[in-house]
Design a protein around this ligand. Sequence first.
Ligand code: SDX
Length: 373
Amino acid sequence: MTDEIYKPGLEGVIAGDTDIAAVEQTSLSYRGYGIGDLATKTTFEEVAHLLLYGELPNSSQLSEFRSTLAQYRALPPELVQALRLIPTDVGMMDVLRTGVSMAGHFDPVKGDSADDLRRRSVWLMAVTGGVVSARHRLITNKEPLDPKPGLSHAAQILYQALGEDPDETATRLLDLTLILYAEHEYNASTFATRVVASTLSDMVSGIVTGIGTLKGPLHGGANEAAMNMLLQFDSPAAASAWIHEAFVKKHKVMGFGHRVYKNGDHRAFILEDELRTLAAKKDQMNWMEIYDAIKDPMVNEKKIFPNVDYPCGLTYYLLGLPVDMYTPLFVCSRVTGWCAHFIEQATNNRLIRPRSRYTGPAAREVTPIGQRS
Ligand code: SDX
């Protein structure tokens, strides 16, 4: 094949077009809007509408979007029953994978037009948030809570998980992380979802695939892995000793590095500023000293920068959220990006099927079984 390209991990390969996000060294934008602008001037529901419908909503479109979301919030009782059957030690990402798959048997949206797919996307936003909240209640020996009318998506997730109206800071910071996590062009989980769409399979299969892909610690699972790393340390000195040992052993440090960003992750810069403010407000600057004891050598000695997952893990921790919920919250956001890409692929499709380079045994004849050693 004359036009053969060989790039392990498809590094740097342009595998398709997209109108949804542009990820560059110098900027990140969703449908032309800069991430900094979105972070300071919109809410997650507005960003979800932008990703799914192509435009930021006006007030009436936003209230219609939110009422559609509210219409889907109550989980089917059969799904809640299934969540009760899953052993309590099963991780929340595995529960979410099962929960979305089970929810698919009760999909209220019929049809597969682009509008049906957009409505199914909104339903999946409600399902993912609902499963995370209900599961947290069940594993803490509490009954799942009914949705509370009038809350934003972020506030609803917190309310239904924690059983109380969340404070303004927690709501605003969760909403910010949902905006930052929503979309990132052809990352591993989104690309996997597009592969599913390219075979003309269904959207629920695509989202279950996205969940399974995001779980890995080299991808979305890094926010939990980064927090579990920080939880090892009782002082900045301990963290500093650990990171320099990691350099010697060439260990991968979770929450750092990125396949595209080589001078830092725009989202990490935005979130880290908020994290520092949160830590000061909660009088937990000791955590920032440990955070910096890992970050500073990575940046100054290795030129490897934090990605969004590094500040996000500690942000969620300081908000009092259980570590096992962090990557599921990433799903509650990225489900919008996955669905937008599923729709984009399905409406302008070419089966995604790359080639591989064969490195196995040379051609050989079969020996009849009686003569095999
Ligand atoms: C997300 O793609 C996306 O957009 C993903 C994401 C999204 O929004 O969808 O941004 C979300 O997944 C963020 C990434 C979360 N993952 C982690 O934090 C896991 C730790 N990071 C690394 O595993 C790594 O940085 C990757 C996987 C993220 C990117 O790896 P690459 O592009 O394959 O780069 P590489 O592993 O080849 O590293 C290049 C060099 C290597 O050194 P050498 O072997 O050449 O000497 O940099 C080193 C690596 O060892 N390096 C690291 C490192 N990341 C890169 N060394 C230590 N710790 C790290 N985290």
